[in-house]
Write a protein that binds this ligand. Sequence first.
Ligand code: HEM
Ligand SMILES: *[C@@H]1O[C@H](CO)[C@@H](O)[C@H](O)[C@H]1NC(C)=O
Ligand SMILES: *[C@@H]1O[C@H](CO)[C@@H](O)[C@H](O)[C@H]1NC(C)=O
Ligand SMILES: *[C@@H]1O[C@H](CO)[C@@H](O)[C@H](O)[C@H]1NC(C)=O
Ligand SMILES: *[C@@H]1O[C@H](CO)[C@@H](O)[C@H](O)[C@H]1NC(C)=O
Ligand SMILES: *[C@@H]1O[C@H](CO)[C@@H](O)[C@H](O)[C@H]1NC(C)=O
Length: 503
Amino acid sequence: MGISTEWPLIAALVLLILSIFVYPKRLSKAYKLPPSPPKLPILGNLHQLLGKPRHEALWQLSKQYGPLMQLHIGSKHFLIISSPEMAKQVLKTQDHIFCSRPKSRAAQRLTYNYLDIAFSPYSGHWKEMRKLMVSEFLGPKRAKLSNHVLVTEMESIINSLSPNTEVNLSNIFSEMLEHILCKVAFGNNYRGEPQMGPSLKVMLSETSELINGGVGDIFPVLGFFVDHLSGWNRRLNDLFKNLDVYIDKIVDDHLKDNVEEISEEDKDFVHTLLEMSSKENASGYRPNLADVKALVMNIIHAGIDTNATALTWAMSEIIRNPRVMRKLQNEIRNCTGRIQKVEEMNTTKMTYLKMVVKETLRLHPPAPLLVPHESLSHTQIDGYDILPNTPVIINAWGIARDPSNWGENAAEFYPDRFENVGGDFGADGFEMLPFGGGRRSCPAKKTAPLNVEFVIANLLYWFDWEPASGTKCEDLNMEDFGTIVLGKKVPLCLVPTKHKWKN
Ligand code: HEM
Ligand SMILES: *[C@@H]1O[C@H](CO)[C@@H](O)[C@H](O)[C@H]1NC(C)=O
Ligand SMILES: *[C@@H]1O[C@H](CO)[C@@H](O)[C@H](O)[C@H]1NC(C)=O
Ligand SMILES: *[C@@H]1O[C@H](CO)[C@@H](O)[C@H](O)[C@H]1NC(C)=O
Ligand SMILES: *[C@@H]1O[C@H](CO)[C@@H](O)[C@H](O)[C@H]1NC(C)=O
Ligand SMILES: *[C@@H]1O[C@H](CO)[C@@H](O)[C@H](O)[C@H]1NC(C)=O
């Protein structure tokens, strides 16, 4: 929502300058705006977000000011949503009004001026691109290929684990996902690494920092100046250039291939996109080269971090709860019987596994505040006025841990709570929303959990696991870290032992 890390100092500077030259704008008294904590001139409620992770600070404020709360920061008026009822208003009842995205300079730059899906305002272009991604990247055609890649990658991990030797699972997961994603999207020649410039990992972490926004996004004019002085603008430029070179190289290499001669199985996502861009389809639509690059950018960013985060949290919670691990291993081994190969693993009937993954996404939604939505026009919720272009932040993290939604044991990792609900993500439930909802919901919401299930099933089938030497299961460090994607702060290091079957 647009606050950079250096900002306490910067904010003080802005305050000083602004208070000399500018007077804060007043909102018309004619509107009945949602409750808001008391605010300072110009800075607004910024100081109330200090010193705590953002989702926690917002959650605490909402306890005082309600599930529909407005926060004023600089020139922006954020709407903060903190209950299932209010989330339903935004993501379902009034989805047609709240289906846009706020603009920011980082998003604009990194998406080639909003040609992508995730950050693009609501538009005809967004619709076309989203359809394209769903049919070409997440659809059944590509699913077959990505399954094959997943199996191969899983096999090589299982074979590489040496019994009784500590492994860094956080690292294994993110490398695995990088490999899978790059293979599926860009084909054989990209195992994730750019041939020059910083590594993909470095670029990804720089992106997640900068996408938070600069000071200029909330304090126009003077903020731009601050971003210039603090080096934020330069970092954004450098990042964009490096990413662009990487993506350009991928696209160029694909352009050299003669797509007509490549068999359907060997075609990757970029081949398909380029093929589409070379000829109009029957309805006269075709993506251009910049669209292709923006989509590639989205896939890199949306697919790797969230995915690896979910896997790491799932495995951490399982290890920390030996009862769950035993029950789960029983189910997996019992359902599977004796198999020889990873490809024989079939998780379809593993109901407890599905509950474990669901419970993981409840307690640890990889995107705790989703991706901000924005209202297209004036509307009302619960009798309060919501002005056009209001950025909306939905506290999925808080909602999914709220005892008033989940009962006394809300904070506990207890997959069995889904026993009667089943493992499927309800379409109507807003008590947990790890994939958001409505038109802007995650297009991978059906496939992503299946992949997590497959990886966990294999890890627990072939091996038994213990925390690295000296740590007790229940003492496993579970601190989190991050703003847009909430990962595990301390990498997950575990010791596998080969499973010994009785008889
Ligand atoms: C466990 C894994 C994942 C989680 C938890 C997750 C979560 C989310 C969330 C919370 C949103 C925002 C929803 C909203 O604004 O209401 C989102 C959007 C999106 N996700 Fe995912 N995601 C995951 C995996 C993926 C994967 C594998 C892809 C595919 C490459 C993907 C592509 C996207 C895209 C393109 C959007 C933007 C949709 C739009 O604005 O129309 N995600 N995701
Ligand atoms: C584990 O892997 C992560 C992610 O690559 C890395 O940041 C961390 O330093 C590694 N930690 C250990 C103890 O190997
Ligand atoms: C043309 O491509 C767009 C984007 O994928 C798609 O929405 C549309 O349905 C296609 N039209 C036809 C007739 O195939
Ligand atoms: C194992 O599976 C069989 C059926 O395949 C079932 O009857 C039995 O109850 C299961 N045992 C456990 C411990 O889950
Ligand atoms: C997995 O098992 C289900 C039934 O239990 C079956 O319908 C499905 O085809 C199997 N999937 C694979 C990939 O074998
Ligand atoms: C998400 O991760 C799974 C493995 O856990 C992988 O099979 C899948 O392709 C990933 N999705 C994307 C789009 O990267």
